[in-house]
Ligand binder design. Structure first.
Ligand code: PLP
Length: 394
């Protein structure tokens, strides 16, 4: 018999993954070009050419031991120093290699930091709708997930709601901006309000409450929108970053955790997190791709291509009568479903449109479209969306 926790998890296997499988099934039946699969945040934009060039260059120039050998669990010191330098020049921080731990994507980083911080029964607050895996990450370490709703008007976290949700057991708050699934960027005003609440509650309970800022979409911001750097506003901030989306490298499993020296218990946290990478079993972030991202630290994905999809789809859906939240960042469109969200997803499937119902993000009554697909897929899908709108009486 397998673990009871895993039995539960297997039964509630991610709706998003199930949709992805369904996309493959429909593609085999109708042809890939006739299926509009908006279910998964798998970037369609190729990685910049510099990525493959860096791989070839590194493979040719490094000897086997320095390329394939064990390293310190936190990652290559030189790579961590390069990451720190890049962050300093962007955000005016004073980070060094001693503030950076390379991770196996954002998922790896979040698990490392939650393993580092949580005792059984500690509470971690998340803002709904949220990336569903957070629930699994928190339960991995016997923490309790506390879900608070974002403001239904603009999907920003609400500081009064947050304040009421904090108890003496609150260890951390996970923030994700630009947000999956809403596409909203948390404003400076929001971050300042959240910071004020956390400072006041930390004083009241005489213990730090950490912000874990999950930032795989930081560079995907449109209309020149600024994504506030949360460390500027709140001392006890730990950032989990990933190149999965920003350089289209999700299969390579590469990211970092930034742990500034100013946070409470910095040394304990940094040392424990460096050990957690090993205990969790991935030991260190993959060696080759660490070197690659360091060489490509100033490379960017083609944000303009995502922007094209965003503008086209947002305009069309509004025209067809859908009530869409204005997408500021990431590559997701979030809108109200005129019927129950699961029924709506089923109605969409009849037009070969695959999208994820809001309930999968603990927010029924909405749906998410991942528009990180080709421009042609968006263009070909518009007549199907128009028919869907008529079907659901918009
Ligand atoms: N956090 C959010 C909000 C995400 O959307 C994702 C992936 O879609 C992740 C974390 C995991 O990213 P990674 O592939 O870097 O582990």
């Amino acid at each position: 018999m397998i673990s009871k926790k895993m039995i539960k998890l297997t039964q509630s296997n991610s709706v998003i993954r199930a949709m992805f499988e369904e996309g493959n099934r429909l593609a085999a039946l109708h042809g890939r070009e006739n299926v509009f699969d908006f279910s998964l945040g798998n970037p369609s934009i190729p990685s910049p050419a510099a990525v493959n060039e860096a791989i070839l260059d590194i493979v040719k120039s490094e000897d086997s031991m320095s390329l394939h050998g064990y390293m310190s669990n936190a990652g290559y010191p030189a790579v961590r120093a390069d990451v720190a330098k890049a962050l300093n020049s962007k955000h005016g921080t004073a980070l060094t290699e001693n503030n950076i731990i390379m991770s196996s994507g954002a998922a790896g980083g979040m698990n490392v930091i939650l393993k580092t911080l949580l005792n059984p029964g500690d509470e971690v607050i998340v803002v709904s709708p949220f990336f569903v895996e957070y629930g699994n990450y928190v339960s991995n370490f016997d923490g309790n997930l506390v879900i608070i709703p974002a403001c239904r008007f603009d999907f920003q976290p609400d500081s009064d709601t947050l304040s009421k949700a904090i108890t003496k057991k609150t260890k951390a708050v996970i923030l994700n901006s630009p947000n999956n699934p809403t596409g909203v960027i948390y404003s400076e005003k929001t971050i300042k309000e959240v910071a004020a609440v956390l400072e006041e509650r930390s004083r009241k309970y005489k213990k730090p409450i950490y912000i874990i800022s999950d930032e795989p979409y930081r560079e995907l911001a449109y209309d020149d929108a600024k994504v506030p750097w949360i460390m500027d506003f709140y001392k006890n901030t730990i950032v989990c970053y990933s190149w999965s989306k920003s350089l289209s490298l999700p299969g390579q499993r590469i990211g970092y955790i930034a742990i500034p020296s100013e946070i409470d218990d910095y040394e304990l946290i940094f040392d424990a997190a460096s050990i957690a990478t090993r205990i969790l079993g991935y030991v260190n972030a993959p060696a080759l791709i660490q070197r690659v991202v360091a060489k490509c630290i100033n490379e960017q994905t083609n944000v303009a291509a995502y922007d094209f999809n965003r503008v086209l789809l947002y305009g069309a859906l509004e025209e067809f009568g859908f009530d869409v939240v204005y997408p500021q960042g990431a590559f997701y469109l979030w809108f109200k479903t005129p019927l129950d969200d699961k029924d709506f997803a089923a109605a969409a499937k009849k037009h070969n449109i695959l999208l994820v119902p809001g309930s999968a993000f603990t927010c029924p009554g909405y749906a998410r479209i991942a528009y990180c697909v080709s421009k042609e897929t968006i263009e070909r899908s518009l007549p199907a969306f128009e028919k869907l709108a008529k079907d659901v009486n918009l």
